[in-house]
Design a protein around this ligand. Structure first.
Ligand code: PLP
Length: 424
């Protein structure tokens, strides 16, 4: 059971193009373990990061009590970093661990990615407040818009503004690729996301159960050095004693995770990898990405009705109702005045309300299912095609339904449009 898990996770790491440091046979004694969820993986990474940081930055001197005292003082200064689009599981991990948590704002003009400049500013702020960042969550495929953080920029910011990666007191970087990590089976995605750069980072996680054909639960979590997990999570009890463990002949995955007991989850991964093969997985991922492109192209062909806000990215398109839906009270290039700011806010609220009406009416039909988010105060609709059973006909139904109801929402808006506006 344990051996199969080690083997299939090494196969998967290679299929995803992860650097060799995450393989059980790699140069840094890394390896993978199947967790129940990406949330569990984030928490596990954060526990190990905290332990590693404390070990590297606090001298093991004095009595046990004195060490405990300085550790508690240090813990109070430590902070976990993420971005405004990082999945909420990372905030939850910091809540569970009782550590400080700060987010770096990611911006539309950067494609909602964490950049070198954004991280550098956050590190400078931490320094000025006497805080010590020990953990950073980077994302490959944010939940809201599927953006990818700038891995090269993150390395550079950490090197220049905190501590060299690989040295004591470095910030642990956890790459959360819960959903979009599946697409890494395609070499073109490995290149586009520059996945090789994660060799400088500490952990990586993706959920096969999201977009890679394995049933819940199969969150594949990798670390560059498995000792980091074992040192943080090894709590021995006499009752666990056995010769194989004592002689170091087996991997005790209980020391790589929060629970003690675990399920035999590697078998279902084995079945998927063996029955599809890498080519089969690539074909499936490319097909679902292509469907997303086709959906977005259909929306683009109706600029009178829709505005694509992001994507398609990893089969996810985020959009809202076109600006034509509301009365635009300010010409582009007009100087901003106090009055125009108020007018712009009114337009935004109205457009949000109309986009929300579209979203609710479409979902009420029961024909398709949309999800939503909010980006910088703008209500947005999310539509994704990363599902095995999605076919061309579903895209056609989705577009037809969206067009029909968007036209209806626009028309009802035009009929009721008699509020006093600015004269043009
Ligand atoms: C980017 C990302 N990270 C983490 C999660 C949390 O996943 P889980 O339900 O496996 O904890 C999600 C869930 O949608 C996600 O999209």
């Amino acid at each position: 059971v344990t051996e199969l898990e080690t083997v299939v996770l090494d196969w998967l790491a290679q299929a995803l193009g992860l650097p060799a440091c995450f393989l059980s046979t790699g140069p840094t004694a890394g390896g993978g373990v199947i967790q129940g969820s990406a949330s569990e993986a984030a928490l596990t990474a954060m526990v190990a990061a905290r332990d590693k940081y404390l070990r590297e930055t606090l001298p093991a001197t004095g009595t046990a009590f004195q060490h405990e005292e300085v550790t508690m003082v240090k813990k109070a200064r430590m902070v976990a970093l993420a971005t405004t689009l990082t999945h909420s599981s990372v905030r939850k991990a910091s809540l569970i661990l009782g550590v400080r948590f700060r987010t770096v704002k990611v911006r539309a003009e950067d494609g909602y990615a964490l950049t070198k400049a954004g991280l550098a500013a956050a590190l400078a702020e931490c320094r000025s407040q006497g805080l010590e960042p020990f953990f950073l969550a980077a994302t490959l495929g944010t939940t809201d818009v599927c953006s990818v953080d700038d891995f090269a920029g993150i390395s550079a910011a950490l090197e220049e503004h905190w501590a060299p990666l690989g040295g004591p007191g470095e910030v642990w970087v956890h790459v959360d690729a819960a959903y979009a990590g599946a697409a890494l089976v395609c070499p073109e995605v490995q290149q586009a996301t520059r996945i090789a750069l994660v060799s400088r980072f500490h952990s990586f996680d993706m959920n096969m159960h999201k977009w890679l054909l394995v049933n819940f639960d199969a969150s594949c979590f990798y670390v560059r050095n498995r000792e980091w997990l074992v040192q943080a999570l090894s709590v021995n009890q006499a009752v666990y004693g056995n010769k194989a463990s004592d002689d170091g002949l087996v991997t005790d995955y209980r020391e790589w995770q929060i629970p003690l007991g675990r399920r035999f989850r590697s078998l279902k991964i084995w079945f998927v990898l063996r029955s599809y093969g890498i080519k089969g997985l690539q074909k499936y991922i490319r097909r679902t990405i292509q469907l997303g492109e086709e959906f977005a192209a259909e929306l683009r062909s109706r600029p009178d009705l829709f505005e694509i806000m992001t994507g398609p990215s990893f089969a996810l398109t985020v959009f809202r109702l076109a600006a034509k839906a509301v009365e635009v009270l300010r010409e582009e290039g007009d100087a901003l005045t106090e009055q125009s700011v108020v007018e712009e806010q009114k337009e935004l609220e109205k457009r949000n309300a109309l986009t929300k009406a579209l979203y609710e009416k479409v979902n009420a039909t029961g024909r398709i299912w949309l999800t939503s988010t909010e980006l910088d105060g703008r209500f947005a609709i999310r539509w994704m095609t990363g599902v095995r059973t999605t076919e061309k006909e579903h895209i056609e139904t989705a577009v037809k339904t969206l067009v029909e109801i968007a036209e209806e929402v626009m028309a009802s808006q035009e009929l009721g449009q008699n509020q006093p506006g600015r004269q043009r």
